[in-house]
Write a protein that binds this ligand. Structure first.
Ligand SMILES: Cc1cc2nc3c(=O)[nH]c(=O)nc-3n(C[C@H](O)[C@H](O)[C@H](O)COP(=O)(O)OP(=O)(O)OC[C@H]3O[C@@H](n4cnc5c(N)ncnc54)[C@H](O)[C@@H]3O)c2cc1C
Length: 546
């Protein structure tokens, strides 16, 4: 066999799902070249429309990349209602409803400049891919799968095979990021166990319902959770806010075979007899809560579903993957540009793994929040026995599923406790609640959003490099120590800018005179004055060991 063709790249991204393309986009936004290989011939070709819910932190990232408007335009119609309706079927009893306003009826929460949006992955993933192509810094190769990988102290060599041409070649990268999904070849190649539990096997059908003519009490649902005497048996979700829906038959401990399972019976049970529909595809998937034992092996990093899986109850999977990207993008840039140390790679694992486990645990709790078979046995009964059962189940679902629909705490309240590149200030952590988010500039947390006098958000200050925020009197009190931070950063080539903020209410929210914010918008350090050992502080937060 002759010598294989050879290519080189600073960062090789394996997998062109939403997480791979988001990472390529974040790197390109930072001016970094990368290469992305995707096994399939295009983006989002799967039979199943998976994620539809893009949460606040993901949209904050899209806003930074300049694509939030496109996501909004590509997603659901703005006035499509968001309610979760609990019913026996679409021609049956209504048990209850969690009212969730449409995008146009909702204000952005006070804690963020953005609203969460609904956008199916078959729109979102190609939109990310287009934004990557526009920046012309990523060598994207479709129909190219990674076969094997070897790493040494200086880099990683990967063998890539093209399905159509049979061509094989090698790629040498400084860093490789596995974004190759839950079945990750790379994770297995580097020998990382995937730890956790299998929850159940599901089957989902994509269906087109041209005219869903519902009685008034069933209208306004974005999602219908369908309850029978056996408990919750199916979930019908609007995928595009128009006529495409996904019906998922939930909860089998056995693997269901789409070839033999009669999905049409289930569809008719859900919609009612006589409702015209077109079944487009049926696909099986596995619900699990797993996390890679480590998110980093040498120069190979795991991100997205290759690093963690979670039940879709809560819609955290893709959003958690975008959180991985937010952490990795600046770290890889710092390493490639030479101002970051190897400690960043270690920190990535220590920062993101606990967040993934936290989010997955919440998703599993939501899954277990469904009603039990025992509670549901009279749900279809006529008369007062049935009526009482239906009221009880409806109320139970409204209460127990609130943490699935209202997740600002999950989305904005994650923190990088114990990270070696965060300098703790001794203050206690605020409660970590899935629903309620308490803004704080405590080191490790996302620096809070506040509107500046010029109409920008504080979040608009962050992204490209570190930012030293100086508050209130700080501007007049600028001492030699403050200057030293900037001078030292310049000396070591670490991008750091200083922003003076005069607004007293923002100073109050950030609590300290000086707050140093990382490129991902998380607080690295804060204090009333610059530290004695400025080089020591900067080495810590850029992962350089001394
Ligand atoms: C029914 C359902 C509903 C969901 N709803 C939500 C939701 O509302 N919100 C949410 O946040 N998440 C949701 N999720 C989860 C979400 O879809 C996933 O978390 C997300 O797709 C993960 O993205 P990824 O890029 O990490 O992996 P994937 O989307 O799996 O992409 C991996 C890519 O890598 C490619 N690949 C694999 N192996 C190789 C190789 N060797 N070489 C090259 N390429 C390779 C694959 O072809 C694929 O394109 C849902 C999931 C399901 C099943």
């Amino acid at each position: 066999m002759g010598k294989l063709e050879h290519v080189e790249t600073p960062v090789l991204i394996v997998g062109g799902g939403p997480v791979g393309f988001a990472l390529a986009l974040d790197l390109a936004w930072r001016g970094q070249r990368s290469m992305l290989v995707e096994r399939e011939a295009g983006t989002a070709l799967g039979l199943l429309a998976k994620a539809t819910g893009l949460h606040e932190r993901t949209i904050e990232m899209c806003r930074r990349w300049g694509i939030a408007g496109r996501v909004q335009a590509a997603g659901f119609p703005q006035d499509f209602p968001g309610d979760s309706v609990y019913a026996t079927s679409l021609d049956g009893y209504v048990l209850g409803r969690s009212a969730i306003p449409s995008t146009s009826e909702r204000e952005a929460p006070a804690e963020t400049p953005v609203k969460r949006l609904r956008c199916p992955q078959y729109e979102f993933d190609p939109l990310l891919a287009r934004a990557v192509a526009e920046r012309s810094l990523t060598d994207v190769r479709y129909g190219a799968a990674v076969e094997s990988l070897e790493q040494d102290a200086d880099g990683v060599t990967v063998t890539i095979a093209e399905a159509d041409t049979g061509r094989r070649y090698t790629c040498r990268a400084e860093y490789v990021v596995a974004c190759d999904g839950a079945g990750s070849t790379l994770r297995r190649t580097v020998g990382v166990p995937f730890e956790g539990e299998m929850l159940d096997f599901s089957l989902s059908a994509m269906i087109r319902i041209p005219a869903l003519d519902l009685p008034k009490e069933l209208q306004g649902g974005e999602r219908y959770i369908l309850i029978g005497p056996e408990g919750a048996w199916a979930v019908l979700v609007s995928v595009d806010g128009r006529e495409i829906w996904r019906l998922t038959v939930v909860g089998s401990q056995e693997r269901l075979n789409p070839a033999t399972f009669d999905m049409d019976v289930q569809i008719r049970r859900a919609l009612g007899e006589g409702v015209p529909y077109e079944r487009r595809s049926v696909a099986p998937w596995r619900r699990s809560q797993c996390a890679a034992a480590t998110f980093r092996v040498g120069r190979v990093l795991l991100a997205g579903d290759s690093a963690h899986t979670m039940s879709p109850t809560g819609g955290h999977g893709l959003n958690t993957g975008i959180g991985d990207v937010s952490d990795l993008g600046w770290m890889l840039t710092a390493l490639v540009e030479g101002w970051g140390g190897e400690g960043l790679l270690h920190a990535y694992d220590l920062e993101r793994r606990p967040v993934a486990i936290r989010n997955a645990t919440s998703a599993t709790a939501n899954y277990h929040g469904q009603v039990s078979r025992n509670e549901c046995k009279h749900v279809l009964d006529p008369g007062s026995v049935g009526q009482d059962a239906r009221e009880h189940i409806g109320k139970r679902l409204v209460d127990s599923l609130a943490s699935e629909w209202y997740t600002l705490g999950i989305d904005l309240g994650f923190r990088y406790e114990g990270s070696p590149i965060i300098v703790p200030d001794g203050t206690p952590p605020p409660p970590d609640d899935p629903t309620n988010y308490l803004p704080t500039a405590r080191p490790g947390h996302r620096a809070p959003h506040a509107w500046l006098a010029d109409g920008r958000s504080t979040l608009d200050l962050f992204g490209r490099g570190f930012v030293l925020l100086r508050f209130g009197a700080a501007t007049e009190q600028t001492g030699p120590a403050d200057d030293q931070l900037q001078r030292e950063a310049e000396r070591i080539g670490m991008p750091l800018s200083v922003v003076d903020i005069a607004e007293p209410e923002i100073a109050q929210a950030y609590e300290q005179r000086l707050v140093l914010v990382r490129p991902d918008g998380h607080v690295a350090w804060r204090d009333s004055q610059a530290p004695e050992d400025v080089p020591g502080l900067l080495d810590t937060i850029r992962g350089v060991s001394r």
